[in-house]
Design a protein around this ligand. Structure first.
Ligand code: UDP
Ligand code: MG
Length: 220
C-alpha cells in the first residue's frame, strides 16, 4: 500500500489534468486526462511500466474515488464561525488523519449559494437557507483528502437534523436545529467534484505529503 500511496502522490505531483464535470460524466471510464498528465510527468515511454493502480478510476477535482486522493468539500457554516467552533471542527478532521488541501474564509454571494444548493431550489426552506448562508458572517470552505473521506466526512458531520444526530458527530455535539446545523459535507463523489470546482480552482488545491500520511493511510 505504501508503494501505491507513493506512486499516486508522485503522479499527482505531475501535470495532472483535472475535470470539474459534476455528473455521471465524471465517472465515465475515459482515462485520457490521467494518462495525459502522467505522460507529461514521467514520459510516455515509462508510463506503461507503472502499476495499474495509477490508471484506476477517473480523477476529478475530488481526486479519485476510493483511493487516498479522494477529496471532500467541507464547509463550516456562519453559525459555526460565529460560535467560534472552527478550531474544534478542523481538529476532528486532522485527528482522524485526513489532509487539509485547501481552506479559505468566504462571505458567500447569493449566486454562489444558489449554485451550491441548486438541488434544493424548490424546497420550502430554500429562502431561509439562502439568508442564513449570505448573512455576512463568513463560512470556512475546505477540501479534505484521504481514503473514504466523502463517506467518513458525512459520518463525522452526522444527520442533517441535529435532533437526530448521534452524540460524537459534529452536529450531534454542537448543533440543535436543522436551520443552524453548523457544517456541510459533500454527499457523493459527484457532489464533491461539483462543490470543490465551485468554491476552488485547481491551483488552490495543494499537493503535498503530510508527515503521518503513510502511517495513517496504509492498510494490510
Ligand atoms: N435545511 C433546512 N431545513 C430543512 C432541511 C435542510 O434548513 O428542512 C438546510 C440545512 O442547513 C441543511 C441544508 O439545508 O444542511 C442542505 O440540506 P440537505 O438535505 O442537503 O442536508 P445536508 O446534506 O446538509 O445534511
Ligand atoms: Mg446535502
Amino acid at each position: 500500500m505504501i508503494s501505491k500511496i507513493a506512486t499516486t502522490t508522485a503522479l499527482r505531483a505531475g501535470a495532472r489534468t483535472f475535470t470539474t464535470r459534476a455528473t455521471s460524466g465524471a465517472r465515465t471510464p475515459s482515462r485520457f486526462p490521467l494518462a495525459f498528465g502522467a505522460a507529461a510527468a514521467v514520459g510516455a515511454a515509462s508510463l506503461y511500466m507503472l502499476p495499474s493502480v495509477q490508471l484506476e478510476g477517473t480523477p476529478t477535482m475530488a481526486g479519485e474515488l476510493s483511493t487516498t486522493s479522494e477529496r471532500s468539500f467541507i464547509m463550516i457554516k456562519p453559525d459555526g464561525v460565529s460560535r467560534q467552533l472552527v478550531g474544534k471542527i478542523i481538529d476532528r478532521f486532522e485527528s482522524r488523519g485526513y489532509k487539509l488541501v485547501a481552506i479559505k474564509s468566504v462571505v458567500p454571494s447569493a449566486d454562489l449559494t444558489r449554485q451550491h444548493y441548486a438541488d434544493l431550489a424548490n424546497k420550502p426552506f430554500f429562502g431561509e437557507l439562502l439568508k442564513y448562508l449570505t448573512c455576512g458572517t463568513p463560512v470556512i470552505a475546505m477540501v479534505w483528502e484521504g481514503k473514504d473521506v466523502i463517506r467518513q466526512g458525512r459520518n463525522m458531520v452526522g444527520a442533517t437534523n441535529p435532533a437526530a444526530a448521534l452524540p460524537g458527530t459534529i452536529r450531534g455535539d454542537y448543533a440543535v436545529t436543522i436551520g443552524r446545523n453548523m457544517i456541510h459535507a459533500s454527499d457523493s463523489f459527484e457532489s464533491a467534484t461539483k462543490e470543490i470546482g465551485l468554491w476552488f480552482n485547481k491551483q488552490e488545491l495543494a499537493q503535498y505529503m503530510s508527515s503521518g500520511w503513510a502511517m495513517t493511510m496504509e492498510d494490510n
